[in-house]
Design a binder for this molecule. Structure first.
Ligand code: 5RP
Length: 219
């Protein structure tokens, strides 16, 4: 299967994890968009969806799916989202689309995180994909110096503002041998809203597209 076919196939497969009558957490990006298209087919069976970005909220509404405020939701059985990189331990780098903070919030609330990805996303060690870090604008220079001190090469994502009104620094060259520890360390830099390591709360299930079908990895 080509990359886009893999994305569509894993999005279709993720539907089986959506319980009838529930509110679904929905991620951001091209694979999540395929999932939204699939969700539209069963929209009469769900109550609504919590969106991880304005772009996702708009696409959900365009498909006639009700978008629900996370603050009005007691429980979220499942969250479905893509990743920029993922390991066999289901630790991820996310935020290529800049939605990392809202994605991390929805993932924190959800009981089950289903990651949907094409096979190119599976890596042995995280870090080839530059790590996105969402930063309050006035802290840009300070946070960039701190990230450099930690061995990274931060670059401002030009012309981009997050849904929360912040900037993104994309960080190359970080040694991500212990993603749980690095996630915590980076989040302790004052001015960082959050970083794109999803290791403390990784995925629970990975649906990985492959040439010959779908591989399911569960932790
Ligand atoms: C957006 C994300 C996406 O999940 C990630 O960038 C993967 O996107 P795609 O499915 O388009 O490859 O984290 O912030």
């Amino acid at each position: 299967m080509m990359q886009d076919e893999q994305k569509r196939a894993v999005a279709q497969a993720a539907i089986q994890y959506v319980p009838a009558g529930c509110i679904v957490g929905v991620g951001t990006g091209s694979t999540a968009n395929y999932f939204i298209d699939e969700l539209a087919r069963i929209k009469h069976k769900i109550e609504g969806a919590v969106a991880s970005s304005e772009a996702t909220a708009q696409r959900l509404r365009e498909h006639g799916i009700e978008v629900v405020d996370l603050n009005g939701v007691d429980s979220l059985p499942v969250y479905v989202d893509g990743a920029d990189e993922i390991t066999e331990h289901l630790h991820m780098i996310k935020g290529g689309g800049g939605a990392l903070t809202r994605e991390k919030i929805v993932a924190a609330v959800a009981r089950k995180f289903i990651c949907v990805a094409d096979q190119g996303k599976l890596v042995g060690v995280l870090g080839k994909f530059p790590l996105p870090v969402e930063v309050v604008p006035m802290a840009q220079s300070y946070v960039a110096r701190e990230l450099t001190r930690l061995g990274g090469q931060p670059a401002l994502r030009r012309g981009f503002t997050t849904d929360n009104g912040n900037i993104i620094l994309d960080v190359c060259d970080l040694q991500i041998l212990n993603p749980v520890e690095l996630e915590t360390t980076l989040n302790q830099i004052t001015g960082v809203v959050t970083n794109g390591l999803f290791a403390r709360r990784g995925a629970d299930v990975l649906l990985l597209g492959a040439d010959n079908g779908i591989r399911t990895i569960v932790v």
